[in-house]
Design a protein around this ligand. Structure first.
Ligand code: PMV
Length: 350
């Protein structure tokens, strides 16, 4: 048995095109979701572990961006407790965790997908090291996705590069509510050069956490219709990715963003996450598309920022439009230049 060592993973964030909103059971989705894994928005997590004879519960220290962070520490504590049910030997380890994001905390970009997937990958690597288990890559990633999902649903999708599906979906073999699966071999090459220009309208804290939001779906009068819409859109979006139908892809993506924010408006209590600039940017984008006929689309996460999605072919035109017309509506002119990514990387294993 290995008694001490060090593991570090870099894991990316992802943007959902078909949204996960609402849970059942323990961290299981009401409907399937489809996402694109990013490149430049990622978390790097390093864990140094040591076996301690007298430990009954896993002990850990946490540095987030080099500093103590109490709210994040309690999220990590609950996650480690859940993972130690799957991996009892974790209870005999002391873990020194250090984690940082490539994007500023105040960028308004959700970090749970990248941070919890990075942590799940580290904990699984430690388990395999300590117990001397050899897993093939496919089994390793499936298990890492399963563990990441126990911490944050969207994190289950960050374990894979490219385009990813989480949730049982009719007609898609291997799809599951328990873990995500990669779609990359089912996606037309054009989508593998997709960009995500993230227009930062506001970097402030969200008025409502995603766990509170998921819970509000329980009493949302449109819950059933949302679940059916999500299921239907997941199947059709995957078809559009396969056949390279950017028009249909864009229609579904924009409908999903609107539908997610409609769920916020129809929750009890209702909440609004978009800002006036979000709507101004959307109107400008629609007008630009009407004038140019360019095939781009956009989505929103649970916040006011806009993810502008487009292929390599129209990159120059989009960059020009962002710089001349859109940055003026962004907070301090900020936007993040990102694109489809390859998935997590193991950066240290000792
Ligand atoms: O993974 P969570 O619990 O933070 O929920 C993510 C919810 C959305 O970001 C709004 C949608 C999604 O599928 O990522």
């Amino acid at each position: 048995m290995v008694r001490s060592g060090k593991i570090a993973w870099r894991s990316p964030s992802n943007i959902a095109l078909v949204k996960y909103w609402g849970k059942k059971g323990f961290q299981l989705p009401l409907n399937p979701s489809v996402s694109m894994t990013l490149t430049n928005c990622y978390t790097e997590t390093t864990i140094e572990f040591n076996h301690k004879n007298n430990l009954k519960n896993p002990a850990f220290s946490l540095l987030f961006q080099g500093k103590k962070n109490v709210p994040f520490e309690s999220k990590i504590r609950s996650f480690i407790e859940v993972v130690s049910k799957e991996f009892p030997a974790l209870s005999t380890l002391n873990l020194d965790i250090s984690t940082h994001n490539s994007f500023p905390h105040s960028a308004g970009i959700a970090s749970s997908a990248s941070s919890l997937s990075a942590l799940a990958l580290c904990l699984l690597s430690i388990k395999n090291k300590v117990l001397g288990i050899n897993m093939n890559e496919e089994d390793f990633l499936k298990k890492a996705s399963y563990l990441a999902r126990l911490g944050s649903g969207s994190a289950s999708r960050s374990v894979y590069g490219g385009w990813v599906l989480w949730g049982e979906t009719s007609g898609i073999e291997g799809s599951s509510d328990d873990y995500a699966i990669p779609l990359s071999n089912q996606v037309d090459e054009k989508f593998n050069s997709y960009y995500d220009s993230i227009l930062i309208v506001s970097s402030g804290e969200k008025a409502i956490s995603s766990s509170q939001g998921h819970e509000l779906m329980e009493s949302n009068p449109y819950k059933e219709s949302r679940v059916n819409t999500g299921r239907f859109n997941a199947i059709n979006l995957i078809d559009a990715l396969k056949c390279c139908n950017e028009k249909v892809f864009g229609e579904i993506v924009e409908y999903e963003a609107a539908n997610l924010h409609a769920m916020f408006l129809t929750s009890h209590p209702s909440f609004i996450l978009i800002k006036p600039e979000t709507l101004q940017i959307i109107n400008k984008l629609k007008q630009f598309r009407d004038e140019t006929k360019l095939e781009f689309t956009f989505t929103l996460d649970a916040g006011p920022n806009i993810h502008l999605l487009y292929s390599e072919d129209i990159r120059d035109k989009m960059l020009l439009f962002i710089n001349t017309d859109l940055t003026a509506l962004c907070e301090d002119g900020k936007w993040i230049d990102d694109k489809v990514g390859m998935g997590p990387i193991l950066i240290d294993s000792n």
